[in-house]
Design a protein around this ligand. Structure first.
Ligand code: ATP
Ligand code: MG
Ligand code: MG
Ligand code: MG
Length: 563
């Protein structure tokens, strides 16, 4: 049976003041309430209460993954370079990857995500279509040398992720595995009590086709998303930049979906977008002679197709898709971080109108600059107006003005397709006796990040305020007084514990009731039960942490209420 957690024995040191380096609410509160402790930049130790919260989240994730038939495994974090060489990601990851050598000089890395290793395992274990579909998952430690580890456990350099991978023989099968994950994620985030939105996302370094993110709206979030108040459209701003918008507000694309011929003219370009050749567009991506020369929008936020034609040979304009960016570090040398655009490379070609430039950053290619000189790199101070997608921009689906909000990315689901299977020649024997190339999906949940996201969404000015299923205990019993109160508090705690209620009891001697109340509110257990003034009569006070509502009850009534 579980034990009553006694604060007199619990390793916990609460702090009155915010840690000096903390900028976000979750960082301040999780440190002050003694849930986590910083070990190094972006590297966190989980203390007893924090570990409980993490376990509670893990439990929910595990139950819902098991419910869709996913099988849990545990892969190493220390991985051989060769596997990531096979897909080119050992180099592509750049500075994000922790690389190390063993005593013999062989190269290793600390896994940032595990597509390669799972693909190899399935290649090894599954040989026939009868072995598929299969969904594998793990809840495991990941390593990414983030440029700006900040906001506490929200962005760690070491963090916990649930990652799963689906393997199917057909596109329909992949769509089904993806749908299973999507439904499981909705259940998970509902159970966790996380307010969330599902938005379209760009596939980024993963490549692949369909991709959606689960975003938890919060001011501390590092993602910006647009949300249509009138229909179900919602997208990360990174995904929206692929949409071409006419000056009159009508929207075309997304450009990614257009099937462009080799070298379309301005006319064919316009036809692809479904606009007249004289139309004025913004958020346009343009390729000249197979080379990207223009990304995003020009200084005045609009591209006059006719004007573009004056400066470009109409015969060489071609639309750009996300794939064109793969491996083109020269084009995306800049970096768009949490603080916005930090360094960008000017990529406008002299063939584009002078004084009108398009620029790009690593993640967000929806940035632009004014008055830049062709052919040189420039620093942050040189650019103006970073975000192109703005509140009020028309919704690509229905034209209604979009809302713009900040959010935390808590989950991400991808239809990878055959990219990884191709790299490892992952085939199984098909029904017709011929080898069939496997198609894959990959799906992540930031388990440790979810702790931060929950803290951000639920905390108030007094401290943390956990949803019941996630809290480190169901009830926080406070002994507010001397021996009599402590005795009653411990007695009630044992009774509750015996009835299956998870109890944290503040039985510390020599700590004033005031300090205990403040700590209880900071720690954020949903119910606070106080043995105080009327303990001699067997009367306790039950307080709801969130609403602050309090009620005097006999011990028997309180126990009945809480069980
Ligand atoms: P971000 O955009 O925040 O950097 P990502 O898109 O790089 O995240 P994915 O590769 O999609 O992350 O990983 C799956 C999930 O892992 C994310 O949705 C997020 O919840 C979590 N995650 C990613 N990076 C971190 C990190 N540095 N610290 C904590 N959780 C993370
Ligand atoms: Mg990232
Ligand atoms: Mg992301
Ligand atoms: Mg992601």
């Amino acid at each position: 049976m579980a034990q009553v957690q006694r604060m007199s024995r619990l390793m916990i040191k609460t702090l009155r003041d915010d840690p000096a380096d903390a900028e976000t609410l979750n960082h301040k509160l999780l440190v002050r309430a003694g849930y986590v402790r910083r070990t190094a930049a972006g590297i966190w130790s989980w203390l007893p209460l924090g570990k409980k919260v993490l376990e509670n989240i893990t439990h929910v994730v595990r139950e819902e993954m098991d419910a869709i038939g996913a099988q849990e495994v545990l892969l190493p974090a220390l991985l051989p370079k060769e596997s990531y060489d096979a897909t080119g990601r050992y180099d592509e990851y750049g500075d994000l990857l922790f690389r190390l050598k063993d005593r013999k000089g062989a190269d290793y890395l600390l896994g940032p995500t595990h597509e390669e290793i799972f693909t190899q395992i399935v290649k090894d274990q599954c040989s026939s279509y009868k072995d598929l579909p299969v969904i594998l998952y793990q809840i495991q430690t990941k390593y990414r040398d983030e440029a700006r580890p900040r906001a506490g456990v929200l962005r760690g350099r070491e963090f916990q992720m649930k990652d799963s991978y689906s393997f199917d023989t057909t596109d329909e099968g992949l769509a089904e595995s993806y749908a299973l994950h999507r439904a499981a994620y909705i259940k998970i985030f509902e159970r966790l009590g996380l307010d969330h939105r599902i938005v379209s996302a760009v596939s980024g370094a993963m490549g692949g086709s369909a991709s959606e993110e689960f975003l938890a709206p919060a001011p501390a979030g590092e993602d910006t998303f647009v949300d249509c108040p009138a229909c179900d459209y919602a997208a990360n701003t990174e995904a929206v930049s692929f949409v071409a918008t006419e000056a009159d507000g009508s929207v075309h694309g997304p450009v990614e979906d257009l099937d462009t011929p080799d070298t379309p003219t301005i006319e064919t370009l316009a036809a692809h977008l479904g606009v007249p050749a004289s139309a004025t567009l913004k958020n346009l991506l343009v390729k000249v002679d197979g080379e990207i020369v223009a990304v995003g929008v020009p200084g005045d936020r609009e591209v006059d197709l006719g004007k573009l034609g004056e400066h470009l040979s109409p015969a060489v304009v071609e639309l750009v898709t996300a794939e064109d960016f793969e491996g083109r570090d020269d084009l995306v040398r800049g970096y768009v971080g949490p603080q916005g655009l930090e360094k960008v490379r000017y990529i406008a070609d002299p063939r584009v109108a002078a004084g009108t430039a398009w620029i790009t950053g690593a993640n967000k290619i929806n940035t632009h600059a004014k008055n830049v000189v062709a052919g040189r790199d420039f620093e942050v101070d040189d650019y103006l107006d970073v975000v192109v997608v703005e509140a009020g921009d028309p919704c690509p689906k229905c034209g209604t003005g979009l809302q713009l909000d900040r959010a935390i990315e808590i989950g991400h689901i991808f239809q990878l397709g055959r990219k990884f299977a191709d790299a490892f020649q992952l085939d199984v024997l098909g029904q017709q006796g011929k080898p069939v190339r496997v198609t894959m999906g990959s799906y992540g949940i930031g388990v440790s990040r979810a702790v931060a996201a929950l803290a951000e969404q639920t905390a108030d000015d007094k401290g943390l305020c956990w949803p019941k299923e996630i809290a480190p205990a169901d009830v926080h019993v406070v002994a507010a007084g001397k021996a009599l109160q402590t005795e009653l508090a411990l007695d009630v705690s044992e009774q509750l514990n015996a009835a299956g209620v998870r109890v944290l009891v503040d039985d510390r001697a020599g700590v004033s009731p005031g300090v205990k109340f403040t700590d209880a509110e900071l720690i954020g257990v949903p119910q606070i039960l106080v043995a105080g003034r009327r303990s001699a009569e067997g009367v306790v006070e039950l307080k709801d942490r969130r609403t602050g509502e309090r009620e005097e009850l006999t011990v028997a009534e309180a126990i009945a209420r809480l069980t």
